[in-house]
Write a protein that binds this ligand. Structure first.
Ligand SMILES: C[S@@+](CC[C@H](N)C(=O)[O-])C[C@H]1O[C@@H](n2cnc3c(N)ncnc32)[C@H](O)[C@@H]1O
Length: 214
């Protein structure tokens, strides 16, 4: 039997197999799921077609980033939307000394949702209702910049430059168009780019960007 009483593994069961997270984190994600489904009725937070795959398409997809940078405590997530990947990262880092995840989002209602989940789960997330282009002073120095479904790679690199110049790595969740985006990227000399296979999407890649001097 699976977690919802059926003989077939549920999306949640399959996602949990690829997720190395604590029981406490799973309980927090269950509350996040309930709030997401409630708010989704008034504000589109994720594509409706993905609602029956929240655990794999959103939670596990986001959670896989933390193990790539296990020592990182200070993150900024650009264009967080419904909280992916940044709010999931904040839930994973909850309770660790120095953990701080900045969520930058220009949509007011999405910010209200992010704040409600962060408060309910006591996650170390700081929500910035502003445009990314104006967030640098408010966020400060970070270890990691993350983003998913925000912009082509060159634009992500341009938006992340002030953080990269202060030593941040970037982790961008990307789909199958990444090869084309890489050929259109012109800032190779200033950063080192590595592609990592996604654990949750066979055609997905995680783009890891390291400052050139690191
Ligand atoms: C397609 S959604 C992706 C949301 C989330 N990262 C995800 O993968 O589910 C892009 C989000 O970025 C926000 N966004 C786009 N451009 C932005 C900007 N310049 N500054 C702040 N937020 C922005 C939008 O409001 C939207 O919520």
């Amino acid at each position: 039997m699976n977690s919802s009483g059926s003989r077939h593994p549920s999306n949640k069961d399959l996602a949990l197999k690829s997720l190395a997270v604590s029981r406490e984190t799973i309980e927090r994600l269950e509350i996040y799921e309930a709030l997401l489904l409630k708010w989704q009725k008034i504000k589109n937070l994720v594509a409706p077609s993905t609602l029956d795959q929240i655990w794999s398409r959103h939670f596990a997809d986001s959670a896989q980033l933390v193990e790539l940078v296990p020592d990182a405590r200070k993150w900024v997530d650009l264009g967080s939307g419904g909280g992916f990947p940044g709010l999931v990262v904040a839930i994973q880092l909850a309770g660790l000394p120095g953990a701080e995840v900045h969520l930058v989002e220009s949509d007011n209602r999405k910010c209200a949702f992010l704040r409600e989940v962060a408060r309910a789960l006591e996650a170390p997330a700081i929500v910035h209702h502003m445009r990314i282009e104006a967030c640098y002073a408010a966020v400060g120095t970070v270890d990691v910049v993350s983003a998913r479904a925000l912009a082509p790679l060159q634009i992500l690199l341009d938006l992340s430059t002030p953080f990269i110049e202060n030593g941040a790595k970037c982790l961008f969740l990307k789909g199958q168009d990444i090869d084309t985006e890489l050929t259109e990227t012109t800032t190779y000399s200033r950063v080192k780019i590595q592609l990592i296979e996604s654990k949750t999407d066979p055609s997905g890649r995680i783009v890891m960007v390291n400052p050139a001097r690191h």
